[in-house]
Design a protein around this ligand. Structure first.
Ligand SMILES: [Zn+2]
Length: 90
């Protein structure tokens, strides 16, 4: 499992092993600390993480937005769970 998070300094999406407490931003080097950065959703592997991040960036770009609302985050999680199927996700 990986958790999709976002750097608060530069806005880059990244993913972290849920057992890790922090990760360095691959773009700006900022420490992304669990609990102090936005957490979007959990995905099952790093391929999924890359795909979801690409989707997120595309969505924000197309809608000329900088971040998701809480509702959109919820919708994203629900859509992901549905796509992966209840048997394999969690
Ligand atoms: Zn950064």
């Amino acid at each position: 499992m990986y958790l999709i998070i976002r750097c608060q300094n530069c806005g880059t999406f990244a993913y972290i092993d849920p057992f890790q407490n922090w990760k360095l931003c691959p773009v700006c080097g900022e420490i992304m600390q669990r609990g102090s950065v936005p957490e979007y959703l959990e995905v099952k592997d790093h391929h999924e993480a890359d795909a979801v991040i690409a989707e997120l960036e595309r969505y924000l770009y197309l809608n000329n937005r900088t971040d998701l609302t809480r509702d959109e985050t919820r919708t994203l999680r629900a859509a992901y769970v549905q796509r992966v199927g209840s048997g394999t996700f969690r």
